[in-house]
Every structure is written in structure tokens, then in C-alpha cells.
Design a protein around this ligand. Structure first.
Ligand SMILES: CC(C)(COP(=O)(O)OP(=O)(O)OC[C@H]1O[C@@H](n2cnc3c(N)ncnc32)[C@H](O)[C@@H]1OP(=O)(O)O)[C@@H](O)C(=O)NCCC(=O)NCCS
Length: 323
């Protein structure tokens, strides 16, 4: 059976290189038919390996012969200490179907049991080896979703719609202190987004938690920006967040897009996403694609994205196992 080792804390340069090499080899095979999925970035790999997450403790393991690795997030925040998230479990394509994935999983499973976790979840693409592997272990798809991609640049900066009663801001980096409490209130509306039968519970957002999550992106070597629609009373009525895990990379991730319930029906979801595209056109000339995940049952978000020219790239699922 393959020997499994823990990474040093913090990982050495050689360990980061080896981790990144497995990701690059897997990408060359698994994303061969996905032109808008760029090769993994070393900056991102190093950031994720070296800077601990804000919501829990990360464990990293590698196969002794360098053929694969796994990363597990054990939540330490109140309300989620019963569960965990398998952030990554990857085997180099030339070493697959020889039990390396199983050996890594057994190490992960032991840790989950040692830490009294009763469930674990992971995200895998549909129709590929990840889904087959997860299902062979008893994981079930508890939330079907899709990756959607917007190609930037072809049509220049988008025209911005008129939205009377709202002013728009784009905040690169941390949300300014004076807006952080209002941004946290708006963040709370993300609870309305479908989460399927996930065992992870929604935790309240505070200004401090918003800043902590944003600081993590920056500390890991990435960049981020938030585009917000605000009211004269100082509320954040809607926002969307863009994260560049590697500022030199061609693809950004659009995280939350939220319109708080009292402000729905005025086109604000579309408006904040267009502001973000306008910001990207001006400030991020190297950016080619924005990728985002949307649950299949999230009809309003799917409609907004379609109207903005997003195309479905691939299906994915939140796979969960009860232990
Ligand atoms: C998923 C992955 C980690 C599997 O690694 P692996 O070393 O090939 O896994 P194993 O050899 O231990 O396979 C264990 C079982 O999973 C199932 N499985 C794995 N790959 C499969 C595939 N391509 N098709 C069908 N079943 C598959 C089989 O039941 C297999 O047992 P078998 O070979 O005796 O039939 C690897 O394909 C990979 O790195 N994929 C990309 C990353 C990813 O999707 N990770 C998923 C995280 S859950």
C-alpha cells in the first residue's frame, strides 16, 4: 500500500513544487477539453499550502512516491465542528487506478474519525473520475451545480444600466471599514442561496468575519474586489465579489452575488455584475475569463448570468458522505 506522509508546516519550496507538479499533470489530462480553465498557478498553490484558512485547520498529505496528495479542511468555527471539507484529493494521471486515491482517502478518513467528524463534503466535476471515485466511497451528490464562464474583452466595457436610487462602488482589496458592517448584513442574504442537503451550517457574517475572509485571499497572494449597490441610507443593497487567486492569471472567480430581499426585482444583480466587468476592463487588462458556480435550482442567478453572456462550462456536484 502507498505510504502517506504529512507535509511539513509550513511546507518547503520543494514540497510546494511537488504539489504544484501533481496539479499541473492532473490539469493537462482533466481539463484538456476546457480551454478556459488555465493551468494551475504556483502562486495559488503556495498561498493555499502556506497560509492557514480562517474557518478551520488544514491538513495536507502526500503519497510517499509523489503520485498524489490530499488537503482536508477541519472546521473549527462554532456550528461546523461536526463536519469537514475535502479541499483536494488528486492523483497524477499516469498513476491512477492503482489504489493511490484509496490510500489517500483512508488517511483522510482516519483523521475525520479521530476528529469526531460525522460528515465530509467535496466538490467534484460530473461525469469524470472524481465523481466515480467519490461514489465508489459512498459519497452522494447533495447539490448539483454548474460552472459558468464569461469571456471578457471581446465587446469592450459593457454599457451600465440606469438604476435610480442606488449608487455604485467598487472596492478593491478589503471593504473600507465604514462599509464593512453593511457588507456583512448583505452577506447574510447568501443564506438564501441553495445549499442542498449540505451538513455545513450557515454562520452569521460580521464586519470582522468579512475582513478576515478577504484578508485571507490577499495573504495568499491573490487580489479581490467587491462591486456594491448602496442606498442613501448607507445600506449595501447588492454586491458581487471577484477573486483573482493569482493576480497574473487569466481567470478570476466570481464569488457571492447577492441582492438583499428588500431590494430584489430592480435589476441590481445584473447591475453589480456589470460594474464589476467595467472595473475589470479598466483595471485588470490581463483577465480573460470570469468563472462562477451556480446551483442548478438557482433560477434567478442562472437567468442573470445568461443575460450577461455566461456560458455553461461543466457540471459539478457537492458530494457528501456521512461517517
Ligand atoms: C479521483 C482520483 C483521485 C482517483 O484516484 P485513483 O488513484 O485512480 O483512485 P483508486 O485507484 O484508488 O480508485 C478507487 C476506486 O474509485 C473508482 N474510480 C476511480 N477512478 C475511476 C474512473 N476513472 N472511472 C470509474 N471508476 C473510477 C473505482 O471504483 C476504483 O476502484 P477500481 O480501480 O478497483 O475499480 C483521480 O482520478 C484524480 O485525481 N482525479 C482528478 C481530481 C478529482 O476529481 N478528485 C476527486 C476528489 S473526491
Amino acid at each position: 500500500m502507498t505510504k502517506i506522509n504529512s507535509l511539513s508546516v509550513p511546507p518547503t519550496d520543494a514540497e510546494v513544487d511537488a504539489w504544484w507538479a501533481v496539479q499541473a499533470a492532473a490539469h493537462a489530462t482533466d481539463a484538456a477539453a476546457l480551454p478556459a480553465v488555465p493551468a494551475p498557478s504556483r502562486t495559488e498553490a503556495a498561498g493555499r499550502l502556506r497560509v492557514p484558512p480562517s474557518r478551520g485547520r488544514m491538513e495536507h498529505w502526500t503519497a510517499g512516491d509523489g503520485t498524489g496528495h490530499a488537503a482536508l479542511l477541519l472546521f473549527t468555527e462554532a456550528g461546523n465542528t461536526h463536519t469537514a471539507f475535502l479541499d483536494e484529493l488528486t492523483v497524477r494521471p499516469d498513476a491512477r487506478r492503482r489504489g493511490v486515491g484509496t490510500a489517500l482517502w483512508q488517511r483522510v478518513r482516519r483523521e475525520l474519525l479521530d476528529q469526531d467528524r460525522t460528515s465530509v463534503a467535496t466538490v467534484a466535476d460530473l461525469g469524470g473520475p472524481g465523481q466515480a471515485f467519490a461514489e465508489s466511497l459512498g459519497f452522494e451528490n447533495v447539490l448539483s451545480m454548474g460552472w459558468y464562464v464569461r469571456d471578457l474583452g471581446a465587446d469592450g466595457p459593457p454599457p451600465l444600466p440606469a438604476t435610480p436610487g442606488y449608487a455604485f462602488h467598487v472596492w478593491p482589496g478589503l471593504v473600507p471599514d465604514e462599509w464593512a458592517p453593511a457588507a456583512a448584513v448583505a452577506h447574510g442574504a447568501m443564506e438564501d442561496a441553495p445549499s442542498g442537503d449540505s451538513e455545513e451550517t450557515f454562520q452569521p457574517w460580521t464586519a470582522e468575519r468579512v475582513h478576515r475572509a478577504q484578508r485571507l485571499v490577499l495573504d495568499r497572494g491573490g487580489e479581490m474586489a467587491m462591486a456594491a449597490a448602496v442606498t442613501p441610507a448607507g445600506e449595501v443593497a447588492a454586491y458581487t465579489a471577484l477573486v483573482l487567486p493569482d493576480p497574473a492569471g487569466p481567470r478570476a472567480l466570481q464569488y457571492d452575488t447577492v441582492v438583499v430581499p428588500a431590494h430584489r426585482g430592480h435589476g441590481l444583480g445584473r447591475a453589480v455584475k456589470l460594474r464589476m466587468e467595467a472595473y475589470a476592463a479598466e483595471q485588470l487588462p490581463g483577465l480573460r475569463w470570469i468563472g462562477t458556480t451556480v446551483a442548478d435550482e438557482n433560477t434567478p442567478m442562472l437567468a442573470v448570468n445568461e443575460s450577461l453572456g455566461y456560458r455553461r462550462e461543466r457540471g459539478a456536484g457537492l458530494f457528501q458522505l456521512k461517517l
